[in-house]
Ligand binder design. Structure first.
Ligand code: NAP
Length: 258
């Protein structure tokens, strides 16, 4: 057993957690999938690339023996979250899921929740000009739309785009003024987003509210049963500190700091 914490990352929360653990003197290894061409790198050590499914991750955990795993991946990164749950259970590695809360509608919001990207595509089939902000993965679900579709994502999608697509490559955070300007410039009639939650990308919701536009939100996949979930970096730090104090999950009960 090492004193290392593996943070499954790719989110702002994961970077904040890695920074806080580094500041506490904890040995952190952040793992990134390698999807984004030029990722924002967390503090501490970083590895890039998949583990090879739940079996691969279990073998990695058995070989590297981290003290704990914090799954701080995106709320829609369901595969790695399922793999982490299975691999942690199999190897007896303490696992925490850090997942920011979803967005909550306020007064003036015209939100509709759907269960999947294809259901979102169906919901906006005849809705006019669509602003699509669901990310590059799964964008092919919207390929059959025949109207104007503004597709905004960080890197170019590999999947087919709708015939009338306008591709905007941009990485948040965006301001409400940015989003209002974008929606006005493209005559947007409806916004489509995943219920990702968080401040980084919520300006589009405020802009849609100001313009009286409807928003279609894709619901999150569920967290695997039996996994402890927290919503904030502070709670995740509390969890790691508790493990550190009690030595839970360790063979020696030794301190974590180097
Ligand atoms: P996913 O569908 O849940 O995972 C697909 C595969 O990618 C996993 O089976 C795993 O490959 C690999 N993988 C995913 N996250 C990893 C990580 N942190 N470290 C090492 N391997 C990882 O994941 P996704 O939705 O493609 O997301 C990929 C990354 O982008 C994640 O880090 C996530 O936090 C970030 N992200 C996702 C979204 C989104 O909307 N889905 C948005 C923003 C950021 P193996 O099976 O080979 O281990």
């Amino acid at each position: 057993m090492t004193d290392r914490v593996l943070v499954l990352g790719g989110t702002g929360e994961a970077r904040a957690l890695a920074a806080a653990l580094v500041a506490d003197g904890v040995d952190v290894l952040s793992s990134l999938a390698g999807r984004v061409a030029d990722p924002r790198l967390p503090q501490g050590e970083v590895r890039v690339g998949g583990f090879g499914g739940a079996d691969g991750l279990a073998a990695w955990l058995a070989g590297h023996r981290p003290r704990a795993v914090v799954d701080a991946t995106h709320p829609f990164a369901a595969r790695i979250t399922a793999n982490a749950a299975a691999a942690a259970a199999r190897t007896g590695t303490p696992l925490l899921r850090l997942q920011r809360p979803g967005w909550t509608p306020g007064s003036g919001d015209r939100w509709t929740y759907v269960d999947s990207l294809p259901a979102a595509a169906e919901a906006v089939r005849d809705a006019g000009s669509v602003l699509l902000t669901t990310g590059r993965q799964g964008v092919g679900a919207f390929a059959g739309l025949t109207g104007r579709v503004v597709v905004r994502c960080v890197d170019p999608p590999d999947e087919p785009l709708p015939a009338g697509a306008v591709l905007l490559l941009a990485r948040g955070p965006f301001t409400v003024a940015d989003e209002l300007a974008l929606m006005r410039a493209h005559g947007v009639d409806v916004v489509v987003t995943k219920d990702s939650g968080g401040a980084m990308t919520e300006a589009k919701l405020a802009a849609a509210r100001q313009l009286g536009l409807p928003v279609v939100l894709v619901r999150r996949p569920p967290v695997p049963g039996g996994v402890e979930v927290v919503a904030t970096v502070a709670e995740a730090l509390g969890w790691t500190n508790r493990l550190r104090r009690t030595g839970a999950g360790t063979e020696t009960g030794s301190s974590w700091t180097r």
